[in-house]
Design a protein around this ligand. Structure first.
Ligand code: 2F8
Ligand code: CA
Length: 147
């Protein structure tokens, strides 16, 4: 087995989608802590292929009973250090990204990024307030399972 039970393997990486109502929704920081306890961190997207694969799964997770604003998944991207400078948790700067039209707009101090189920996968990101409770995506390398 490459990944922990409940995790999804895509192109040799392990992903966890916080889908269950039981896990509920969390702030960006609490979601990150959840990932860290599983030896992982919030999702860092390193390629267009990775983005497309994950955007597809996020799109399938769309719950019509919830508004789009509540359908986001936190990812490991924020501009908390320098406003407008979007940086992945691995330190990589985002130049273009896959923002929704008009985003990021920093409406009400929005320093954390989430991926939403949008028809067009190239317009799936939005910046939201970090204390907002959303679902999230963790990512880690396959094995060892020790941490
Ligand atoms: O219209 C885009 C706008 O939608 C919401 O605010 C009304 C989002 N807020 C949250 O998700 C909390 C904004 O981030 C988004 O820009
Ligand atoms: Ca926004």
């Amino acid at each position: 087995r490459q990944c922990l039970p409940g995790w999804t393997v895509i192109n040799s990486m392990c992903y966890f989608f916080a889908l269950s109502e039981e896990l509920s929704r969390r702030s960006w920081m609490d979601a990150r802590h959840f990932c860290k306890r599983q030896g992982s961190d919030l999702l860092v997207i390193n390629s267009r292929e990775e983005h497309m694969a994950l955007a597809e799964i996020v799109k399938m997770s769309r719950d019509p009973s919830r508004s789009l604003a509540h359908s986001g998944f936190w990812i490991g991207l924020r501009d908390a250090d320098v406003e407008g400078s979007w940086t992945w948790l691995d330190g990589t700067r985002v130049e273009e990204g896959y923002w929704d039209n008009g985003e990021p707009n920093n409406q009400n101090n929005e320093d954390c990024a989430a991926m939403y189920p949008r028809e067009n996968p190239f317009h799936s990101w939005n910046d939201a307030p970090c204390h907002w409770n959303l679902k999230w995506i963790c990512e880690r390398t396959p094995r060892p399972f020790s941490s």
